[in-house]
Design a protein around this ligand. Structure first.
Ligand SMILES: Nc1ncnc2c1ncn2[C@@H]1O[C@H](COP(=O)(O)OP(=O)(O)OP(=O)(O)O)[C@@H](O)[C@H]1O
Ligand SMILES: [Mg+2]
Length: 252
């Protein structure tokens, strides 16, 4: 049994039976602009300063400067955390592009070199090195969608996804991995990666007439007694706050 990790997101621990499971991979699924990156930044920052758990942020789509600037708006100074060797930022935006090119070449040269070995192994080695260097306990990968978008063939998307999630699960730390949800509706097909991970948290924007509400739901969390309700959350100056006891379209 893994122990509980305090998320640093007001209201979230309450939904997941006191905290997220340590040493597991949790998927954060959401549409564009739902606050996935903010939630993950908050999780790492609070981890560092409230729980003395160092963190690693792996960016597959945004530059380091962009991340630092965005997070600073909430008062989260990751530059300082990095200088104090409590935090590391891995810019994997370029690497994943190069890896894909390399894979294409290998594929043409020799089929035996396909798949597993290429993009993800290299990234995992980098993550592992940072975890050891900082004795980090929390990892974020933002966003899986940027990695899978680079592959044209479904089988290769799947290989990269499985490789990344399985490798993260072996790291001995908790990982939050974000991914995108293209379409929203009452009925939706589960994403393939949802079956591979230990837990799934879904963030979305709901529309009711002229009103929009941000809503979050713990869709799955193995071994935990979760509150599976869809509940409202807000994004404000201090980051994300979840309101587990508030009705979705109620008066605030
Ligand atoms: N101070 C703030 N107050 C209210 N909302 C804010 C504030 N700062 C950012 N936001 C909102 O946060 C959202 C962006 O958050 P974030 O970048 O984490 O989303 P995301 O899900 O990662 O998006 P993407 O899919 O583009 O990566 C935007 O909708 C923006 O309006
Ligand atoms: Mg984002």
């Amino acid at each position: 049994m893994s122990s509980k990790v305090a998320t640093g997101i007001p209201g979230l621990d309450e939904l997941v039976d006191g905290g997220l499971p340590s040493e597991r991979v949790i998927l954060i699924v959401g549409g564009p602009g739902t606050g996935k990156t903010i939630l993950c930044g908050q999780f790492l920052y609070k981890g560092i300063y409230e729980n003395q758990e160092n963190g690693v942020f792996v960016s597959l789509d945004e530059s380091r400067d962009h991340f630092f600037t965005e997070m600073k708006k909430f008062g989260w100074d990751f530059k300082k955390a990095e200088e104090d060797r409590k935090f590391a930022f891995i810019d994997a935006t370029r690497m994943s592009r190069v890896a894909m090119l390399k894979e294409k070449l290998y594929k043409e040269e020799s089929r035996s070199l396909r798949g597993k070995h290429l993009p993800v192994d290299r990234l995992i080695e980098d993550i592992q090195a940072k975890i050891s260097a900082l004795n980090a306990k929390r990892v974020v990968v933002d966003t899986l969608a940027a990695l899978t978008h680079r592959f044209l063939e479904p089988v290769e998307k799947r290989n990269a996804t499985v490789d990344l999630i399985e490798s993260l699960a072996d790291l001995g730390v908790i990982s939050l991995v974000t991914t995108e949800l293209g379409y929203l509706g009452l009925e939706r097909h589960a994403l393939e990666e949802e079956f591979l991970v230990h837990g799934v948290i879904m963030m979305q924007t709901l529309f009711s007439g002229a009103t929009t509400t941000r809503a979050i739901q713990v869709e799955k969390m193995r071994e935990a007694k979760v509150n599976p309700s869809l509940v409202p959350y807000s994004i404000g100056q201090n980051g994300i706050e979840i309101f587990p006891n508030m009705p979705l379209f109620g008066n605030k």
